[in-house]
Design a protein. Structure first.
Length: 428
């Protein structure tokens, strides 16, 4: 089912090139459709959003902004076990993200100069949450909690209505528990455009975060610059580093946990133990039989899955860093030894019992992660994603006089005589 590749310096990198082919530019037809939607929403606001909601979601909701009493009722009526599980996850996620907070600073110098940096949360953030059958309360937690900790003034959540025009109650429960300020019912590219430009009903925001389908992702990409976004996410990925001590049941289960997301998802085993490949494949076939998304898993593993066999762990680590996966599991005998060697990964899971879904739902680190090799230069969503920085400078006349000749020299060397003049006139 999955390709078997022996690492020889050529074949494994040929596979990586094939993997990159998933990440081609968005189909021009989709880009054109999304551009039309964006332009319509920008011009016609709420009317355009209603038009697309009726077209794509089947029914206009009774209200576009979900009343606070409806949100509160969803929480009151919720399954107690779900609420308890979400509260436990919130505690872990909050504890982790509270540790990411950075402080403003002020740095006075002996010559009277004062330098500093002010950090504060964004004013308004839009959180897009998929609805319907693909409803993810965990995404609400992972996006809203760091935004709250960062000091965002207002979190605006937008989510598609169900076919009957009502909101998904699990999404409302998560929103209530996380302190989301307002919830609107709209989905797709039209929801992203509404958040970016604002309408009579839906507020304009400073940043849009949250997952979505290809139309949502394309809208975020096209609107970047008009509004900030979290990242342009590609198909989900997992890479499992394993040696002879790894349990093939665990390896198989974890590979499939990401393969079930999407037929374009990639699940890769990199191992020093060739016998583990056959054992893992047998486990995949056995476990797949009782999984609901069997067809998607099978297609994903066949098209974009692989088992890469390496002579040693150093080569395995080299390949992991080259792929820069979204999720990286280390099922080596002593996994903690490799923390400092694995430079390119969205999130690293260490040991037999740090299964990837632990990070998706519960442990604390964020599950909004860079994909498609962008972990080489992008970081997971976090508190810093929802803050902005401003620097400030105060100089006395004496301090500026001491620096003026250097500033004038550099400015004139660059041909910017007005820059130089702005310094000179202060001492004429």
């Amino acid at each position: 089912m999955i390709k078997k590749i022996k690492a020889n310096g050529t074949d494994e990198y040929k596979f990586l090139k094939e993997l990159e082919a998933r990440n081609v530019e968005t189909d021009k037809k989709i880009t054109d459709i999304v551009s039309d939607i964006i332009n319509n929403v920008r011009k016609n606001g709420d009317e355009a959003v209603k038009e697309y909601t009726l077209k794509f979601d089947g029914k206009l909701p009774e209200y576009f902004e979900v009343p606070r009493e409806v949100i509160n009722d969803a929480l009151t009526e919720a399954d107690e076990e779900l609420v308890s599980a979400l509260l436990n996850a919130i505690e872990n996620i909050s504890d982790f993200h509270n540790r990411q907070k950075t402080e403003s600073f002020i740095a006075p110098k002996d010559n009277g100069v004062i330098l500093g940096q002010r950090i504060r949360g964004l004013a308004k953030v839009g959180l897009y949450v998929p609805g319907g059958t693909a409803a993810y309360p965990s995404s609400v937690l992972m996006n809203a909690i760091p935004a709250k900790i960062a000091g965002v003034e207002e979190i605006i959540m937008i989510t598609p209505p169900l076919k009957d025009g009502t909101p998904n109650k699990d999404i409302l429960v998560a929103a209530a528990l996380c302190g989301v300020d307002r919830v609107f019912l709209a989905g797709g590219a039209q929801a992203i455009a509404a958040l970016a430009y604002g309408t009579d009903t839906i507020p304009k925001v400073d940043k849009i975060v949250g997952p979505g389908n290809i139309f949502v992702a394309t809208a975020k990409k096209l609107l970047y610059g008009t509004v900030d976004i979290d990242m342009i996410a590609g198909p989900s990925e997992i890479l499992v580093l394993a040696d002879s001590t790894a349990d093939p049941k665990f390896v198989a289960a974890d590979l499939m946990s990401q393969a079930e997301h999407d037929k374009l998802a990639s699940a890769i085993l990199v191992t020093t133990d060739e016998s583990l490949v056959e054992k893992t494949e047998a486990e995949i076939k056995r476990q797949m039989e009782y999984l609901s998304r069997k067809e998607i898993i099978e297609k994903s593993l066949t098209d974009f899955g692989a088992a890469i066999i390496c002579e040693d762990k150093e080569k395995a680590v080299e390949i992991a860093n080259a792929i820069a996966p979204e999720h990286l599991e280390v099922l080596f005998e002593n996994p903690l030894e490799y923390i400092g060697k694995l430079d390119n990964a969205g999130s690293v899971f260490l040991g037999q019992y740090a299964s990837e879904p632990l990070g998706d739902y519960y442990a604390g680190p964020n599950h909004v992660l860079p994909t498609s090799g962008t972990a080489r230069f992008f970081s997971p969503l976090g508190v810093q994603s929802f803050t902005k920085r401003s620097s400030f400078i105060y100089y006395t006349r004496e301090a500026l006089e001491e620096a003026k000749d250097d500033i004038v020299l550099i400015a004139e060397r660059e041909g910017l005589t007005a820059h130089a003049n702005a310094i000179k006139v202060r001492f004429e």
